[in-house]
Design a binder for this molecule. Sequence first.
Ligand code: ATP
Length: 328
Amino acid sequence: MSTKVTKIAVMTSGGDSPGMNAAVRAVVRACIYNNIECMGILRGYQGLIDNDLIPLDSRSVRNTISRGGTFLQSARSKEFRTVEGRAKAYKNFKENNLDALVVIGGDGSFTGGMIFNKEHKVPVIGIPGTIDNDIYGTQFTLGYDTALNTVVEVIDKIRDTASSHNRLFFVEVMGRDAGFIALNAGIGAGAEEILIPEENLGIERLIDSLNVSKKSGKTSSIVVVAEGDKTGKSVFELADYVEKNMPEYDVRVSVLGHMQRGGSPSCFDRVLAGRLGVRAVELLLEGKSNLMVGINNNKITSTNLEKAVKLHHDIDKELLKVADILSI
Ligand code: ATP
């Protein structure tokens, strides 16, 4: 990149996650610290197409660190997927005298950023914001830790009622393609079984395992199921199947849904947001582009955006083993 960066824009895009506001705040304050201007783009890429931008100064992000969601709002923009849409976005980018863009979002948002960079040479840095933790190049995405704590808190409550009634609860958590929430929250909440998209443990194994639990004296059980679990059955179909095969259990289903995305970010997510936001601005000032900031072994790192989008983390086999051992 040849031009000096004096004014940047920040946006939140795709699904919202706790910690996005804290990351916007960090980007804004890092800009002010480095004597550059910052604008906020409302509603992700669609806001850039519609020229919906606001100037952000240090005070405009006060009282945002603890808020869930995103005050810049987020959107999924179909128009940005077209050449014409991106040309409109670029026109507004230039008219606002912007030099670079920070995109807080998931892999779709990063793909959009890479294409925008390729077509219009706009320097782009990505900050991973998604509760699913399914982005390569960072051990933690913004919002994941908060979502885990939310899920564990809710499952603890479900267990109270499950154990009062000898009930078997199927709890569906988010994770269409990745089982990180299910596996970690499942272990954290002491689930008897955890079903995830990455591993097909088989429905018969589930029945066997529940039978073993029953024989060992357990009077209630919690099965955590990721949305996209590999059995290919919905949580309701799974519950029906088990109810037919284990009539002694009173089976219930609880789908946690969007509550997992909301809420005030955990301290971990707030600190992570601060570190990632500051580094994103520093990278732009160093003339870098097409990178995603992340955290690995407690160090802030950067990964090529293309790698971040194309590659995937494997599920940790050790965690699978631990889940198995602890559920006896
Ligand atoms: P989440 O993890 O919550 O799904 P995400 O960032 O992956 O977040 P997407 O809806 O996939 O969410 O992408 C967000 C936005 O990024 C899209 O609405 C679109 O505007 C832009 N985008 C995604 N893919 C492309 C693409 N191939 N070309 C141009 N823009 C894209």
